[in-house]
Write a protein that binds this ligand. Sequence first.
Ligand code: PGA
Length: 243
Amino acid sequence: MKKLLIANWKMKPKTLKEAIVLAKLSDDKDIYLAPPYIFLQSIKNVLKKATIGAQDLFQENPPKGGAFTGAVSAAMLKSIGIGFVILGHSERRALGETDVIISKKIAIACESKITPVLCVGESEGIRKKGIEEAMRFVAEQIKNDVSSIPKTVKKMIVAYEPIWAIGTGNNDTPESASQMARHIKKILSDQYSIKAKVLYGGSVNSKNISEFAKESDIDGFLVGGASADPKEFKTIIKIIKSI
Ligand code: PGA
């Protein structure tokens, strides 16, 4: 089965010139790139095969614009052809983004026909209490984050990203990530009639991706640090394409 590969560049690279180089190297079929806002249009212009997305959008989408200094709306993203958006990333939650805000963003993305990639995942403290506790936490996050999703939405993408695994080199095991993926799919299917693709994220690299890819319930990957490293990401693409 084909696995989805999403690159979350976060606040990298530093310059437009480097961003264009990275985008060209990552430009492949079935690859989804999420560069910082500032580079979106320039990168879109050079991509031939990859799909481009944003790392966030603002929780209001007023029909006539609004007074929100520094914000970027779903309508703006849609107007330049953005296809997906990462929402609820733990790094944004750590900056104060609540489930209420995330649920608004999810609804706006869906209404604007931009595919949301909802990120969920537990802290180290929760995981230490056991996988059942982590599953309860993730179920609660999902319930809150999709609370305003339009009833017409029948498909979505969720990235399971345990916080303790992000950027630490301390990835989850493929077995636990797969167990969580099944759990997430079941919640969305049983309670919302939504068929979800579930990605794993958290210290994915060219050395560990093949093991995760063997798990049939893991539909792909959200790659952070390794996706902004041109050589490493090229290797990851090669591995994914060979599966
Ligand atoms: P990482 O980040 O691959 O650097 O751990 C993943 C993410 O934050 O999406």
